[in-house]
Design a protein around this ligand. Structure first.
Ligand SMILES: CC(C)(COP(=O)([O-])OP(=O)([O-])OC[C@H]1O[C@@H](n2cnc3c(N)ncnc32)[C@H](O)[C@@H]1OP(=O)([O-])[O-])[C@@H](O)C(=O)NCCC(=O)NCCSC(=O)C[C@@](C)(O)CC(=O)[O-]
Length: 302
């Protein structure tokens, strides 16, 4: 199959990327980051999570962030919402899209959202209905679709089951997430083919962490199947608080460099993203983990 000519990159750095930072990242820094990212051309930026601040303290500034960003017309600003309390907060903060986040592994579901998979779907039902009633886009995210830090292997049937449940809730888009970055290309294709049998291919996305350095290869393997939505984090920020040792998402700059080389349109300005990556890395006091981002900045600086 030919590779897609155009892909959508969902920038998840301000949420997935920063949620695990030990040091408090002030709202104004997050706001500046989101503004730089929307200016760079992303049509979807994951900016907030309305979750319990006891569970994920870094996301406690989500309302401030949503209130402070300069909204660019046409950009979808997304927020995670595990339950109705989160949905009400996201609605009040004018999120364009809410994300219900479940798991293909029972053990991870318990650690991450303190309930079983079946209980999580029951919690998502009113959120999904409220999203539809209020004209808010609904995205479903499925963690540990390729492996679980607590349970190990995750069967394909378990992924198919959660994709079907998210579909039946009315999700506009469904993310297949490699939370701990263990997938390899053929495994990626097996999981994605399973998801494609249960949901529209043009609304399925790949969310790859880069723990074992496989994320770009997994994105390429997904492109070969026709998947055309991918998540990534500027400067490769991130890690999940409930997946010890897992590194960040694949760096956005690296994905853009590959897409540009393949002649696949993204609508995003790689240099502007590299600058945004430099901005947040300087704030955090460490080097960006994006190879392409670092190479571009080194070239710029002579
Ligand atoms: C789901 C809960 C809330 C259940 O947590 P719980 O303790 O079972 O919930 P509860 O309903 O019993 O409520 C307990 C307390 O939490 C409060 N609470 C309850 N809900 C909310 C809310 N929405 N916003 C703010 N506060 C809330 C509630 O008000 C109460 O406060 P208290 O009376 O004790 O003061 C909790 O487990 C939680 O917040 N977990 C957060 C998990 C999380 O954010 N994980 C990281 C994001 S997922 C991820 O990164 C993976 C992804 C998406 O990127 C894809 C991938 O790579 O895999």
């Amino acid at each position: 199959m030919d590779l897609p000519k155009k892909v959508k990159i969902v920038e998840v750095g301000p949420r997935d990327g920063l949620q695990n930072e030990k040091e408090n990242v002030p709202a104004e820094v997050k706001i500046e980051l989101v503004n730089r990212l929307s200016a760079a051309g992303f049509v979807n930026v994951e900016a907030a999570a309305f979750v319990s601040p006891k569970w994920v303290p870094q996301m406690a500034t989500s309302r401030e962030v949503m209130d402070g960003i300069a909204r660019k017309p046409g950009v979808i600003y997304s927020a995670l919402t595990p339950n109705m309390q989160g949905f009400e907060a996201a609605l009040a903060a004018k999120a364009d899209e809410v994300v219900i986040f479940g798991s293909a592994s029972e053990a991870f579901s318990q650690r991450n959202i303190n309930c079983s998979i079946a209980e999580s779907i029951a919690r998502f039902e009113p959120v999904a209905k409220a999203a539809k009633d209020n004209g808010v886009r609904l995205r479903g995210s499925i963690s540990t679709a390729f492996g679980c830090p607590y349970q190990g292997d995750v069967p394909l049937d378990a992924v198919a089951d959660v994709v079907a449940r998210m579909r039946d809730l009315g999700c506009d888009e469904i993310d297949i997430a490699d939370t701990i970055g263990v997938a390899t290309p053929r495994h990626t294709q097996a999981v994605m083919e399973t998801a494609i049998r249960a949901f529209r291919i043009d609304a399925l996305s790949g969310h790859f962490h880069d723990t074992y350095g496989q994320a770009l290869a997994n994105i390429y393997a997904s492109l070969e199947l026709g998947i055309s939505i991918f998540h990534s984090s500027v400067a490769g920020l991130g890690g999940c608080p409930y997946a010890k040792g897992a590194t960040g998402n694949i760096a956005t700059e690296d994905v853009l460099y590959m897409m540009n080389g393949l002649g696949i349109e993204t609508g995003v300005d790689l240099d502007a993203v590299a600058e945004a990556g430099h901005y947040i890395s300087q704030f955090l006091g460490r080097k960006s983990s994006s190879r392409a981002g670092n190479a571009l900045l080194a070239k710029r600086n002579g």
